[in-house]
Design a protein around this ligand. Structure first.
Ligand code: UT7
Length: 322
């Protein structure tokens, strides 16, 4: 059997940091409210000359150096993003060109905060069926570009960043299972209404930015982790107790704690970076993964569960032997 193994990980955060105290100066909010309701303390914001592709490129270069591979080794590039540089070409094609890679498939995946686990699921299927041997899977976002800085209920929650995992086909176990799901009936709980085909309503400029029914998303997110837990139990010998590290999408510390309870995971085995990065959508899981590796938490052979939920409504998971 062919598996997709993680052979290199890298991430990149823009230099500019915005703390809750900084936000207090520009909107009617408080460090105390943000910390109590979300666990967030600060977030990174892309500079004017940075884009999703420039963040993703930097994360990819770091992952490639970490994996000790050359651009010519790569034969698949998937970028998960909700904030592509342009309508087209895809962010993946822009990064491919910057890396001087030619000919391989390169495309974007749009599944909002579940984008990275969707992208891993797709790459896993390419590798398992012999369609590729070495894949760059990137999650990259400049969410600050779709934030309404006059809406305190969303502006305080998000940040920018990028992370990249390199997958290589191997006989040794890597990804053990991966799942992608969606239920479009909840589309209006979390959305940016404006778009290319739907157009931009000049009378309602706020529609060009993230709108969210926070309470409803919160409840759906917790219920979704219940489904993910039940699906994962079927994939792993020894049940949920066989998981060494839970690396969830980083949206809100209260959601992460509720998810950990559903998965019967003690918080010591949960990776949480939402305090430092806020919600970086499809970049949040690879950023958290890289952080955990740099902290020396994850060891070779550990079983990791990556799990996400997001706008759409979408959700998914990846169970992997590192
Ligand atoms: O990747 C998926 C994306 N999204 C999420 O995962 C978010 C899911 N939802 C949440 O995390 C939470 O629902 C929030 C953090 C967004 C909100 O927390 P909450 O406990 O559900 O608060 P709430 O929406 O019920 O609002 C409570 C109060 C309201 O005031 P009133 O009406 O009670 O007077 C809000 O106006 O908090 C107010 N509020 C704020 N106050 C200070 C909302 N945003 C802020 C703010 N600062 N930034």
């Amino acid at each position: 059997m062919t598996y997709a193994r993680f052979i290199g990980i890298g991430s990149y955060l823009p230099e500019k940091v915005l703390t809750n105290k900084d936000l207090e100066k520009v909107m009617n909010t408080s460090d105390e409210w943000i910390r109590e309701r979300t666990g967030i303390m600060r977030r990174h914001i892309a500079a004017d000359n940075e884009t999703t592709s420039s963040l993703g490129l930097e994360a990819a270069k770091r992952a490639m150096s970490n994996a000790d591979i050359e651009p010519e080794d790569i034969d698949l590039i998937i970028v998960a993003t909700t904030t592509p540089d342009q309508v087209f070409p895809s962010t993946a094609c822009l990064i491919q060109h910057q890396l001087k890679i030619k000919g391989c498939a390169a495309f974007d995946v749009q599944a909002v905060c579940s984008g990275f686990v969707y992208a891993l699921d797709i790459a896993n299927r390419f590798l398992q069926t012999g369609g590729a041997t070495t894949a760059l899977v990137i999650g990259a976002e400049t969410l600050s570009r779709i934030l309404n800085w006059e809406d305190r209920s969303t502006a305080v929650l998000f940040g920018d960043g990028a992370g990249c995992v390199i997958l290589k086909a191997s006989d040794e176990p890597g990804i053990l299972s991966s799942h992608s799901h969606a239920d479009g009936q909840y589309a209006d709980l979390l959305q940016v209404r404006s778009g290319i085909s739907a157009g931009y309503n000049e009378a309602k400029p706020a529609e060009a930015f993230i709108e969210m029914n926070g309470n409803a998303v919160f409840k759906r997110a917790v219920a979704t982790f219940d489904k993910i837990a039940r699906e994962t139990v079927a994939d792993i010998d020894g049940g949920l107790g066989g998981i060494d590290w839970f690396i969830p999408h980083q949206a809100n510390m209260r959601i992460i704690k509720a998810a950990a309870r559903k998965l019967e995971m003690p918080m010591e085995r949960v990776i949480a970076t939402v305090d430092m990065h806020a919600n970086t959508s499809s970049a949040s899981i690879p950023l958290a993964l890289d952080y955990a590796l740099q902290e020396g938490k994850i060891k070779q052979g550990d079983i990791l569960l990556l799990a996400a939920f997001g706008g759409g409504f979408t959700w998914g998971s990846t169970l992997v032997k590192y």
